[in-house]
Design a protein around this ligand. Structure first.
Ligand SMILES: CC(=O)N[C@H]1[C@@H](OP(=O)(O)OP(=O)(O)OC[C@H]2O[C@@H](n3ccc(=O)[nH]c3=O)[C@H](O)[C@@H]2O)O[C@H](CO)[C@@H](O)[C@@H]1O[C@H](C)C(=O)N[C@@H](C)C(=O)N[C@H](CCC(=O)O)C(=O)O
Ligand SMILES: Nc1ncnc2c1ncn2[C@@H]1O[C@H](COP(=O)(O)OP(=O)(O)OP(=O)(O)O)[C@@H](O)[C@H]1O
Length: 483
């Protein structure tokens, strides 16, 4: 429940209020005693006491016209019969009103947020497992992969960071379920679209930054992307930052909250890094996820969780038990060849992944990869140029969420940056089968990069069912050996 008076107070305190319009008359204060029992930003989900937020690039006046609602909030006066509150920024309004409507759930949760170009989901899983040791499984998690409000049951997320109304509703539900901690990923889009406006995290972790998510529906420039990401540091009480990341001196110059760093040039370097163990914080940790970058992800989660009360024992147990669906999963073919299923879908991640695999797999190495349509368009050049510098790798280009674009054309664009012959097999299942068919022995490997366990392909704006890279790889593991 929230009253009209409270809504107006919130907007005025935030200097967001412009005016209130009822039947063509302008008002400054609530002239009626009204309360709302529901918030919504979707006209298909309203009731007679809903406070509705009209927002978004695709919003149309016709969504409003026939709605039986007492008020809507908007940046635009749609000149309909419904009373309106006009604001400067509807997404700011939505976040602060949702926070109040759900009675500030963040005050009952210890909150830990991860941002960075890569590693958010993986680090969130490490943090959840560590904190679960500490609080006996009372950690909620909102991540790209999965969301859990009770620490045990998981459902697939639509967005990495939910829309503010959904975010605060889910936080309240997590508190009502007895959760004491929340681990979440905060995307740059979340800051750009004010999904976490007004929320201050107990700990914010900045993992790394490289050019990504630059395109018409995401960020216009790298500067914009980087600026949005840095907002996590400006909205956290304590920060954990990768000392080795790009632009670190600039980040340091802007850090105002209490903080610590991790990485080679910090008080918390990783030493004695082996495939399944590493040392840091004066301890030796066992880890199932191979790759130095996963050890960095684990260490960032360890330092953040420690700040929230986790002990070294909690950290050791939490790290040791962590696996992440579709991230660095290793399967074996009947002929001994190794299959790496990973979520790498930009040049930086692919390079790191290849660097992890190459020293162990000295035979034939086949990479199956594609890039997304209508999103992250710069990845095509990045991945193409990277593969061009690695002539010993066999490349099969395939579809990865082509959306409204032609996946064959995307593949041709990537191949335009590669001077040697590469295969294009648009059907992703066939591409994986073909790659697995070409291995001959235990020194060989196939890297299937980009979709992990995602059970869909985005085609023409919809999620079309797809078994997921891991399931498909498992299906073809027993292909006849070419030995
Ligand atoms: C750019 C962006 O952030 N867009 C998000 C945003 O869209 P928007 O506010 O512009 O709204 P819109 O899609 O134009 O739709 C207009 C409004 O009309 C409403 N509507 C629509 C139909 C109707 O009949 N009635 C009605 O009221 C809708 O509920 C919506 O509120 O709000 C929508 C939900 O309210 C999101 O679905 C949408 O995410 C789009 C689909 C998206 O793909 N976002 C990506 C770029 C994103 O945010 N990604 C990051 C992760 C990036 C990473 O990997 O790191 C994320 O956090 O998920
Ligand atoms: N610290 C890291 N540095 C670089 N690459 C990484 C790092 N951690 C993970 N990766 C690579 O990025 C892929 C995606 O990892 P993860 O899902 O944890 O990141 P994310 O930030 O949540 O990604 P996205 O924003 O694309 O959903 C992994 O499969 C791996 O290949």
């Amino acid at each position: 429940m929230i009253t009209l008076t409270t809504v107006l107070d919130i907007l005025k305190t935030d200097e967001n209020f412009r005016d209130m319009i009822i039947k063509g008359e302008y008002f400054n204060d609530g002239c009626v005693d009204l309360s709302f029992d529901k918030l919504s930003y979707d006209s298909r989900d309203t009731s007679s006491q809903t406070l509705f937020f009209a927002k978004g690039i695709q919003f149309k006046r016709e969504f409003l016209i026939d709605l039986a609602i007492p008020f809507y909030i908007s940046e635009i006066d749609y000149e309909v019969d419904i009373p309106a509150i006009i604001v400067h920024d509807v997404k700011h309004a939505m976040s602060l009103i949702a926070m109040s409507f759900y009675d500030h759930p963040q005050t009952s949760l210890k909150t830990l947020a991860f941002t960075g170009t890569k590693g958010k989901t993986t680090a969130a899983y490490f943090a959840k497992n560590i904190l679960d040791q500490h609080n006996h499984n009372k950690t909620a998690m909102f991540s790209t992969m999965d969301t859990t409000l009770d620490g045990r049951t998981f459902f697939k997320s639509k967005l990495t960071t939910p829309e503010s109304i959904d975010l605060f509703r889910m936080m309240r539900e997590a508190v009502n379920n007895g959760m004491t901690h929340l681990v979440m990923e905060v995307s740059s889009q979340a800051y750009k679209t004010a999904r976490v406006y007004g929320l201050v995290f107990d700990v914010g972790v900045f993992l790394n930054i490289s050019p990504d998510h630059i395109g018409p529906i995401e960020h216009p420039t790298f500067e914009d992307y980087f600026y949005c990401k840095r907002q996590l540091l400006a909205n956290s009480k304590y920060a954990v930052v990768n000392a080795e990341m790009a632009h670190i001196e600039f980040i340091k110059s802007q850090l105002t909250c209490e903080h610590t760093f991790y990485g080679d040039t910090s008080p918390y370097p990783i030493t004695n890094s082996k495939a399944f163990s590493f040392e840091a914080m004066g301890e030796r940790f066992d880890i199932q996820l191979i790759g130095h970058f996963n050890q960095e992800n684990a260490l960032s989660a360890a330092l953040a969780a420690q700040q929230l009360g986790a002990s070294l024992t909690d950290i050791k147990l939490g790290i040791a038990e962590t696996t992440v669906p579709g991230r660095m999963e290793v399967l074996s073919q009947h002929n001994g060849a190794k299959i790496f299923v990973d979520y790498a879908h930009n040049a930086d991640s692919l390079e790191k992944l290849i660097n992890v695999v190459r020293p162990h797999q000295t035979g034939k190495l086949i990479v199956v990869i594609g890039t997304t349509g209508n999103k992250g368009e710069s990845r095509r050049q990045g991945i193409g140029e990277l593969l061009n510098t690695l002539p010993d790798i066999q490349v099969i280009l395939t579809a990865d969420d082509p959306n409204f674009e032609d996946p064959a054309e995307i593949a041709r664009e990537i191949s335009g940056f590669i001077t040697r012959e590469v295969a294009i097999i648009v059907d992703r299942e066939l591409a994986i089968e073909t790659a697995l068919n070409q291995t001959t022995g235990a020194d060989d490997a196939v890297i299937i990069a980009g979709k992990g366990v995602d059970a869909f392909q985005i085609v023409n704006g919809s999620r079309v069912p797809y078994p997921g890279d891991r399931k498909i790889a498992e299906k073809y593991l027993s292909l006849p050996s070419h030995d």
